[in-house]
Design a protein around this ligand. Structure first.
Ligand code: MN
Length: 371
């Protein structure tokens, strides 16, 4: 039984509208309270909600977005947009879901590996601790007047930072220095110790952010200063990876090179949203514009933090954009494969970048995992 609404069209009761839109009356009442899908008319006497047939499209869109797992606040923004902008917003949401799933998949893989390793330990007392051999080099390059990159390679910590702005040099040095104390923390075999290291790393990064911010404020200028930070820390049986900005971490495993970090850049997010192709991003004039870095802004930025498994034979490369900006992944792969030890790999990477003109500071840190 309908009622007369706008322009004399037949209005639907909440029950009829629920059936037609495949949303429950309970959900419809909630969406009304959230101003996501208010009824066309509410009877002032009874409080009954009535919906117009032309609200069905929006209701169905809301239902589909809910099935996608999109939060209600975000759905409210999406349904207020025109079609092209709404499509872009859904693509962006889905890219975030996939990135999040990838992080959780890595964590699950790590935990499975961790548990099977501890079950093996019961029978195999020889253990299978991985040893890392690390080396790092940094070079001013051929164009810049100063080197604002910083690197560290110890026995358990490997780090690259790329500073920017007037106090970019001290900023990158401070970011790397914040991680060096982790060299001395005993690697823990305990299960919670593995996960605990992520908390320790998060604390170190917050500390680095405060220090970098203080350095920037001590040298006030019109330009912003800050730094990227990409680092690996060996835990009991795996590696913890911390990453913020547009330096990168690569893994060479079984002869293949994998990029294991995502650039926190504007162009990278535009590629995720389908607004740029990867080829356009590589030559985009604003390709080094960072969405996240240490030092800038008030709130501490949230770094990517995750656990990564490590196997004998793995080779890790951390590098600043001065490296991957001029050396193709294929050339990096060949260089890592051909180098007998971490120091010669780092030397070769630097030489290759210099041979390519080295317009930016060039830095890399290399780790070889052996059993
Ligand atoms: Mn750089």
């Amino acid at each position: 039984m309908g009622t007369q609404g706008r322009a004399g069209e037949d209005m639907l009761t909440i029950g009829a509208f629920a059936r037609a839109s495949r949303l429950s009356p309970k959900a419809l009442r909630l969406y009304d309270e959230l101003a996501l899908l208010p009824p066309a008319r509410v009877d002032p006497a009874t409080g009954y909600r009535y919906y117009a047939p032309d609200q069905l499209d929006r209701a169905r869109t809301v239902a589909w977005l809910r099935r996608l797992g999109m939060p209600l606040a975000r759905i409210r923004r999406v349904v207020a947009l025109e079609a092209t902008a709404a499509a872009r917003e859904i693509r962006a949401f889905w890219a975030e879901v996939e990135a999040d799933t990838a992080v959780r998949r890595d964590l699950a893989t790590f935990l499975v590996g961790q548990l099977s390793q501890s079950s093996r330990k019961d029978t195999d007392m020889t253990g299978s601790t991985i040893e890392l051999r690390c080396a790092a080099l940094s070079d001013r390059g051929l164009v810049r007047s100063a080197n604002q990159d910083a690197v560290h390679a110890g026995t358990r910590v490997l780090a690259v930072a790329d500073g920017f702005g007037p106090s970019g040099g001290p900023a990158s040095a401070a970011a790397v220095a914040a991680l060096v104390p982790l060299e001395d923390r005993a690697p823990s075999d305990a299960f919670d110790g593995e996960l605990g290291v992520l908390g320790v790393l998060a604390d170190a990064v917050r500390e680095a952010h405060r220090t970098v911010g203080a350095i920037a404020r001590a040298h006030p200028s019109g330009e912003e200063s800050g730094t990227t930070l990409t680092a690996l820390v060996q835990t009991g049986a795996g590696l913890a990876l911390v990453h913020i900005g547009d330096s990168r971490a690569y893994l060479l495993r079984d002869g293949e090179l994998f990029l294991i970090t995502q650039d926190h850049t504007l162009v990278r997010s535009m590629v995720d949203e389908g607004r740029l192709t990867p080829e356009e991003a590589a030559t985009h004039p604003q390709r080094s514009l960072l969405l996240k870095a240490l030092g800038g802004g008030e709130a501490p930025p949230v770094p990517d933090l995750r656990l990564h498994d490590v196997r004998p034979g793995d080779r890790f490369l951390l590098c600043s954009d001065g490296v991957f900006g001029v050396i193709t992944p294929e050339a990096l792969r060949e260089t890592l494969l051909a180098s007998p030890d971490p120091l010669s790999a780092a030397r070769s990477v630097i030489d290759l970048a210099l041979a390519s003109g080295a317009p930016d500071n060039i830095s890399c840190a290399v780790a070889h995992a052996t059993s």
